[in-house]
Design a protein around this ligand. Structure first.
Ligand code: EPU
Length: 422
């Protein structure tokens, strides 16, 4: 196993290229199951989760080829297998995105239930409900969901859940509805830019989707989809992580390929903290104003503040000049980083889905344990400013969603190394 060793205290300066979005790339890759002919995806990040999706798609009869420039080519060669097994699904929950495409194209989808997760309960009831409403029969076999349908029929489907809409349930239902007979209306659809990117890709393949980016998506079924070329949108969570890196280290960064229009809530909160955020010629430019004001942050579905930046924002607010409050409205248990940040000298108190952050004068390096992808990012950010050396163990979490993070941070002046555990 590997870990990151960070010696804190350097200001980050320079330009960083933001990669394609993991959470856009994964469902779009799964959508290739629906297509006849070759799909060409540009800007697919080289991440553990992407490699995991490639493995799963290979097992499902999709041939994949990656060019040196990051272009990923996918083509269905064999439609016999429709089983996403537990061994693969348990390593990556986004595997569930093959459910809709398998059902629509192969009339059958057997997908292992993903089970528990470090960020809390992550049920898939909305995915199943949506696909049942399109006409699928469902059963539970050995911990797998088994869905079958001779044909799918367009329907009205409400995808709101106790914590808002579901991003990947919207993706699954939208993908399946592309090949259903007639019109499907998804109400309370997720509005995330990654859902819009998927819809844009599907439309390029011949689908008829409108309303993406709003809570009501309309899908008029078509007889078949062809492959298409598509460039994946930039990763707003990676961009937000680098913005916070600038804020926490008093740095100045240019984020090439970052999109301000996907990050309004993040920009709003970071400006209130004191970060200067401007549109640049090639993306976003951020510079520190040398102050960190406390703020209140509530995570919400898009366009609200993303849960995937909650841990990173918490690391930043540990050093604000006063008390901040973060409330988690998507995953009320996504707080394993709280105890680790306290090990570094933060003053955090968790009360239910809320954490009260009393600003500290400084953080102190310590060995800490990453629990999930975004928590690891928060701990690395804390390490960048902590006095002394921080070791973030279980580097594999970060490799799931950040492309070459130590290389990118290192180029900006951070003192960070990847090392092997003894
Ligand atoms: N939910 C249900 N029932 C369902 C599905 C979800 O109650 O059938 C609940 C969840 O428990 C949660 C809320 O609805 O409270 C929203 O979950 P959602 O389904 O939107 O999450 P997801 O689609 O499984 C995606 C991202 C996550 C990100 C969330 C929220 C992908 C591959 N994953 O997950 O990304 O946190 O949306 O924005 O797109 C990450 O990248 O680190 C990550 C965890």
């Amino acid at each position: 196993m590997q870990y990151f060793e960070i010696v804190g205290g350097t200001r980050l300066k320079g330009t960083v290229e933001i990669s394609g979005a993991k959470n856009a790339a994964l469902p779009i890759m799964a959508a290739s199951i629906l297509c006849e002919g070759e799909t060409v995806l540009r800007g697919v990040p080289d991440l553990a989760d992407v490699r995991q999706m490639v493995l799963l798609l290979n097992k499902l009869g999709v041939r994949t080829e990656r060019d040196a420039d990051g272009t990923l080519r996918l083509r269905v060669e064999d439609e016999m297998n429709a089983h996403a097994e537990y061994e693969l699904v348990s390593k990556m929950r986004a595997s569930v995105c093959v459910m809709g495409p398998l059902l629509a194209k192969r009339r059958r989808a057997q997908v292992a239930m993903p089970g528990g997760c470090a960020i809390g309960d992550r049920p898939i009831d909305l995915h199943i409900l949506g696909l049942q409403t399109l006409g699928a029969d469902s059963d539970l076999v050995n911990g797998d969901v088994l869905l079958k349908a001779k044909k799918l029929k367009g329907a009205e489907i409400f995808l709101g859940g106790p914590f808002g809409s579901s991003v990947t349930a919207t993706a699954n239902v939208m993908m399946a509805a592309c090949l259903a007979e007639g019109r499907t209306v998804i109400a309370a659809a997720a509005c995330e830019p990654e859902v819009v990117d998927l819809a844009d890709f599907l439309n390029a393949c011949g689908a008829r989707i409108t309303g993406q980016g709003t809570p009501e998506i309309l899908i008029d079924g078509v007889a078949g989809l062809h492959g298409a070329e598509h460039r994946v949108i930039p990763d707003r969570i990676e961009a937000g992580t680098f913005m916070i890196a600038a804020a926490i280290t008093n740095g100045d960064l240019e984020l090439h390929n970052a999109r301000m229009d996907h990050m309004r809530a993040v920009v709003d909160r970071l400006r209130r903290v004191g970060l200067i955020v401007e549109r640049g010629e090639k993306g976003i430019v951020v510079s520190s104003s040398r102050r960190l004001e406390p703020v209140v942050i509530t995570t919400q579905p898009y366009p609200g503040f993303p849960t995937d930046l909650q841990a990173q924002a918490m690391a930043l607010l540990c050093l604000a000049d006063g008390n901040s409050v973060i409330t988690e409205k998507i995953y009320p248990d996504r707080f394993l980083h709280v105890g680790e940040l306290n090990r570094m000298g933060a003053h955090l108190r968790k009360e239910g889905p809320t954490v009260i952050i009393e600003g500290a004068k400084r953080l102190i390096g310590a060995p800490v344990m990453a629990s999930d992808l975004r928590a690891s990012a928060g701990l690395i950010l804390a390490g960048l400013i902590a006095k002394g050396t921080t070791r973030v163990h279980r580097a594999y979490h970060i490799d799931r969603g950040y492309e070459r993070i130590e290389e990118k941070l290192g180029k900006l002046g951070a003192n960070i190394r990847r090392l092997n555990e003894a």
